[in-house]
Ligand binder design. Structure first.
Ligand SMILES: NC(=O)c1ccc[n+]([C@@H]2O[C@H](COP(=O)([O-])OP(=O)(O)OC[C@H]3O[C@@H](n4cnc5c(N)ncnc54)[C@H](O)[C@@H]3O)[C@@H](O)[C@H]2O)c1
Length: 289
């Protein structure tokens, strides 16, 4: 039976568990050749190993699919290039990159260490940059378009206690996605981001997901959105940040209020005037029609 992604080469970072593993299993089932990258670390970024990615590749092959494991870290240039090289050396091309690898090092701002800050920035923000750049350079040579799907988070878009490092990195991925989508459009490459909420080892202890079942909030529920964004059906969709929480799909947008303009001829605003106009400055814009 024909699969939706027959012959496509899909690279998924952090595919040894959680959401990434579900992506890898799905794309393989739909006919893609999958690079299953995973450093094999614990959820705080400690340790490494071949078991996680190896087991997912074993599962794909046992089901008759095609996959190769890669154990590099997304957080270094050699790692990012090594991941793409796994795709090129085994399958000769890349069609889809899903930047999904992630860890948590939660601390309040006053207790944050530089190490916890840097590690989160390296894995999430720098990892997304390095892998996207490496893939984009290949897309440029291939001249047949491409799909990049990044992973951001509610914490980065709205804020969350104890996650200033993670939120800053994930908000950075928002800005990065917007710019990459603008720059790569001329190459026929779409760049979107998913902000998931799903029951995985990263989230199993957060209050929001206590008592919730895998059927209601499992990582398998994130897969259709990535599959849609990676498919031909989404060729004209780029620069979007798609929230997925269980069965709910929605779009995150950066909001601007309508604002108030002071005639430049009247000189700069006085602070008392800003105070007086504050409610009006904050008001939503009037609808255009
Ligand atoms: N689960 C959620 O509710 C949720 C919410 C918001 C965002 N996210 C994001 O979704 C993504 C997937 O998270 P998950 O919940 O499936 O977590 P997970 O821990 O199950 O999976 C993340 C995987 O990334 C791998 N990894 C970590 N560092 C790596 C590195 N340097 N190089 C390569 N692989 C590395 C880990 O070994 C792990 O298998 C992450 O980016 C996370 O921040 C998840």
């Amino acid at each position: 039976m024909a699969g939706t992604f027959d012959g496509k080469v899909v690279v998924v970072t952090g595919a040894g568990g959680g959401i990434g593993k579900e992506y890898a299993l799905y794309f393989a089932k739909e006919g893609a050749k999958v690079v299953v990258n995973d450093l094999g670390s614990d959820r705080h970024g400690g340790g490494k190993g071949a078991e996680l990615a190896g087991a997912v590749v074993g599962e794909i092959k046992a089901a008759g699919g095609d996959a190769v494991a890669n154990f590099d870290s997304v957080a270094t240039r050699e790692g990012a290039e090594g991941i793409m090289w796994s795709a090129l050396s085994k399958y000769g091309r890349i069609d889809v990159l899903i930047n999904n690898a992630g860890i948590l090092r939660d601390r309040t701002l006053v207790n944050m260490s530089d190490h916890d800050w840097d590690l989160i920035m390296d894995v999430h923000l720098k990892g997304t940059y390095l892998c996207t750049q490496a893939a984009a350079r290949i897309f440029k040579v291939q001249k047949s378009g491409g799909r990049i799907i990044n992973t951001t988070s509610l914490a980065g878009l709205l804020g969350n206690f104890g996650q200033c490092n993670y939120a800053a990195a994930k908000a950075g991925i928002y800005g990065f996605t917007r710019v990459a989508s603008i720059e790569l459009v001329k190459m026929g490459v779409t760049v979107n981001a998913i902000a998931p909420v799903a029951l995985t080892r990263l989230t199993e202890d957060i209050p929001l997901l206590q008592g919730v079942s895998r059927d209601e909030m499992g990582p398998q529920l994130i897969v259709p959105v990535a599959a849609f964004l990676a498919s031909d059906l989404a060729a004209d969709i780029t620069g979007q940040i798609v929230g997925v929480q269980g069965g709910r799909i929605f779009i995150y947008k950066m909001a601007q209020s309508g604002g108030v303009t002071r005639e430049p001829a009247k000189g700069a605003w006085k602070i008392a005037e800003i105070k007086e106009k504050w409610d009006e400055i904050c008001k939503d814009p009037e609808p255009a029609f």
